[in-house]
Design a protein around this ligand. Sequence first.
Ligand SMILES: Nc1nc2c(ncn2[C@@H]2O[C@H](COP(=O)(O)OP(=O)(O)OP(=O)(O)O)[C@@H](O)[C@H]2O)c(=O)[nH]1
Ligand SMILES: [Mg+2]
Length: 229
Amino acid sequence: MPKYKQKPTIKSSITMITRDSQVERLKLSNVTYLVSSANLANSPINQLPEIALVGRSNVGKSSVLNTICNKKKLAFTSKTPGKTRLINFFSVNIQNMEIARLVDLPGYGYARVNKSTKTLWNNNLSEYLLKRRNLLGFVLILDCRHPLNKLDKQLLQIMLERNLKYHVLFNKVDKLKKNRLLTNQVTAIKELEWLDSDFCKNGSFSNFSAQKKLGMSTLIQVFDTWLFS
Ligand SMILES: Nc1nc2c(ncn2[C@@H]2O[C@H](COP(=O)(O)OP(=O)(O)OP(=O)(O)O)[C@@H](O)[C@H]2O)c(=O)[nH]1
Ligand SMILES: [Mg+2]
């Protein structure tokens, strides 16, 4: 498996933006839809850093994007799993300049499509995740009610090879009582530590509720650190 040593940088693109009080906190108030692509080959060519939202179908990837960008319909969401079928790129603009991208990905593990469609989706998704050179980091989104499954673990194992930044987001915390949430998180964190020994030291995770708008500032702070430090 090749290592991707070359990390994207936004230093060149933000030279015009002074790190003054206005941009000290990354603001996601001006995120706009850019383009959608079916696969890596058709993805926009650019050196801007990208942060991808990854996870099983229906965990709330598109909802998380809408919530942190404070827009209801930036990305399409649905009760039915399998809503996002393309790689959707969104521009993060600061002072009218595109400085980074958020990428809403199709979910994996959606059973109700035929085998060839599933294979095609999975191939396109894994190709993007493994080969996209300007991918700076990814957020692995989990539904806090469910433990990591085989596909989550496989994805993480493969992605660890790339040595990218990542953050684990426990979404839908509004659906669980505190005790249950804690128990589930302890289990998930043990699994994460088992998969990634560095997770004990550097592991980054937080709670989120797209419905109740909880956990937004923590996640935005994570992006801020990835992009600006
Ligand atoms: N209660 C609750 N529901 C949520 C939350 N986040 C998302 N949902 C719901 O979960 C369902 C799936 O949300 P999506 O954002 O479409 O999920 P997705 O991961 O993008 O799904 P795919 O595109 O199919 O992979 C929708 O009905 C959302 O309203 C949350 O924090 N709390
Ligand atoms: Mg989606």
